[in-house]
Design a protein around this ligand. Structure first.
Ligand SMILES: *[C@@H]1O[C@H](CO)[C@@H](O)[C@H](O)[C@H]1NC(C)=O
Ligand SMILES: *[C@@H]1O[C@H](CO)[C@@H](O)[C@H](O)[C@H]1NC(C)=O
Length: 401
């Protein structure tokens, strides 16, 4: 062979191999880069990791159509994973082979991935048009727990013939189970055990910048109402498009969106969430929520109570027969709950998880992750959660058969 060609070939191979190790990118994430100019949907994304996912459509009692994903398996009870605030089912697989969803699927569990109303997979209703009807967005985490979860759970139980399931919820994804257990107590027995990652119930004494958002919440919500903004961070909403436009800017996206926004809200932890992971995550996050949901969480923070939505005295009286909104009765949440919190989580503060721990009647385990830097988003996006978190989850699944 011609020396020159040989040299070229060797150079080429060396360059290829080098590029594989550039930034120390794990091969699973590298693989994703090949085909994610556009965000892959859940099923296409799962295929990259050799998993065949299926999608079901679930209809709620009040007419919302929700996308429910499943990677079928044969081991143990079905497992339902519920994503957090402005997130989707994608969150459980964006970390590839190191994500909880793909890991549980490779262990042959029957894994189900829920999506709450209004997000990318659930922006549909039998009558209402999300782009035209403001009433489509007239919901908060109350409706996620009171309508969406029962429809999702009943679909899973009827498709599998199982009487119970194991649930794992991240952030708002566990809040909605407290709503479910207190407003529809008959569902407690359908939950074998709820594993609450970064538990969210009380939002007292939040640190900055959330405390600042809390301080100006009234003005923010007022301005959004004036502008007629019902949907926040949706793919086609101005807030969602602006977030994507900024965060996907190559040089500055990570600095502005991760260092400036995500870490400042959730806790700083660059080690677990480096730029190359962010590049994948930002193709899937954020997803829509309603202004009313933001408002409801704001009320929980300001009023320091886990209560139903506060409409003001007059409408409260009509809705609740009381001028102040009633608290959710946490004593009625009798399902077994495992609380898993983290020390550097600036949204789910340990002090607030302690209150929840005291008020829930059936906390079967309460765990604080040892690693000091673990923050609110590491639970789903962290690089090494297979080491810091997954062993506890496997133990729970073993001990609660
Ligand atoms: C997901 O994406 C794949 C590939 O683009 C496409 O073939 C499939 O129809 C999509 N699935 C859904 C439910 O939209
Ligand atoms: C409304 O509240 C009052 C006072 O607490 C109570 O006496 C009454 O029974 C309630 N009515 C309904 C319909 O629940």
């Amino acid at each position: 062979m011609n020396m020159f060609l040989l040299l070229l070939l060797v150079t080429y191979i060396v360059a290829m191999v080098n590029s594989l190790f550039a930034y120390n990118v794990p091969y699973n994430i590298k693989q994703q880069f090949l085909d994610t100019d556009k965000p892959l949907n859940f099923t296409a994304h799962a295929r990259i990791y050799g998993q065949r996912a299926v999608e079901y459509e679930v209809q709620t009692e009040d007419g919302y159509l929700l996308g429910l994903h499943r990677i079928p398996g044969r081991r143990g009870l079905p497992i339902l994973l519920m994503h957090g605030y402005t997130d989707t089912s994608d969150t459980w697989i964006v970390r590839g082979y190191k994500s909880l969803g793909i890991t549980l699927a490779s262990l042959n569990y029957d894994v189900w991935f829920g999506n709450i109303r209004g997000n990318r997979y659930s922006r549909r209703h039998v009558k209402l048009n999300p782009d035209k009807d403001a009433s489509f967005w007239d919901y908060s985490f109350h409706e996620y727990g009171h309508y969406d979860l029962p429809a999702i759970i009943d679909t899973i139980l009827s498709k599998t013939g199982s009487a119970k399931l194991n649930a794992i919820g991240h952030s708002q994804g566990n809040t909605i189970f407290y709503v479910l257990g207190s407003t529809r107590p008959e569902y407690n027995k359908k939950i074998n055990v709820l594993t609450a990652l970064a538990p969210i119930c009380y939002l007292n004494n939040l640190p900055p910048p959330l405390s600042k958002i809390e301080l100006y919440g009234y003005e923010i919500i007022g301005a959004l109402m004036k502008l007629g903004v019902n949907e926040i961070f949706g793919d086609v909403s101005p807030s969602g498009r602006a977030a994507k436009a900024i965060c996907e800017r190559p040089e500055v996206g990570y600095a502005i969106c991760v260092l400036g926004a995500i870490f400042s809200v959730s806790g700083y932890d660059a080690e677990e969430f480096p730029p190359y992971i962010f590049d994948v995550v930002i193709k899937h996050y954020p997803a829509a929520t309603s202004r009313k949901n933001f408002n409801h969480f704001w009320q929980v923070a300001v009023r320091e109570r886990f209560s139903k939505f506060d409409y003001g005295p007059e409408k409260n009286y009509v809705e609740y027969n009381s001028t102040i909104p009633p608290d959710y009765n946490l004593k009625a949440v009798t399902m077994p709950v495992v609380l898993i919190a983290a020390k550097n989580d600036k949204v789910s503060l340990i002090s607030n998880v302690e209150i929840l721990n005291q008020q829930l009647p059936n906390v079967v385990a309460y765990k604080i992750i040892e690693r000091d830097l673990t923050n609110h988003v590491d639970f789903v996006w962290g690089s090494n959660m297979y080491e810091y978190l997954f062993p506890y989850i496997f133990a729970i699944l073993r001990n609660f058969q």
